[in-house]
Design a protein around this ligand. Structure first.
Ligand code: HEC
Length: 105
């Protein structure tokens, strides 16, 4: 094999590895740990709430405040002509947020 070919292959491999971390990165910041990160509820939450910004940690608000925040996010979707969050998904992600919410003030 010529030196030229070997070099080409190394460059290609380097390119592949450079792409990998971005491809596997679910949230904006890979070091953030969410509660129940392996659960189906987290998947529903992350899928719906990462379209515009990184999904916030559930303890960003007490349980009593999450419904209003979710309603405001629906408005943001509608304003941008994006598909609203499905009713079934809202039930699941709301339960996820409320289960891990901050304590009430
Ligand atoms: C269509 C885009 C969009 C989607 C989808 C979206 N957000 Fe937001 N989010 C925004 C914008 C814009 C802001 C800043 C303005 C505001 O606070 O309303 C924001 C701000 C926030 C904040 C910080 C402000 C606060 O009240 O604490 C939280 C928390 C939040 N979003 C949670 C969520 C959750 C939970 C979901 C999923 C249900 C979600 N977002 C989905 C656009 C979005």
């Amino acid at each position: 094999m010529s030196a030229f070919l070997r070099k080409g292959r190394a460059v290609m491999l380097a390119g592949l590895f450079a792409l990998l971390p971005a491809g596997c990165d679910f949230s904006a910041h890979p070091s953030i740990q969410y509660p129940d990160q392996q659960s189906p509820a987290f998947e529903v939450y992350a899928r719906n709430c990462s379209q515009c910004h990184a999904p916030p940690l559930p303890d960003a608000h007490p349980a009593s405040r999450w419904p209003n925040v979710i309603a405001r996010m629906q408005q943001h979707l509608v304003q941008r002509s994006m598909a609203p969050i499905a009713a079934g998904d809202i039930v699941v992600l709301r339960a996820y947020l409320e289960a891990h919410a901050a304590s009430e003030e």
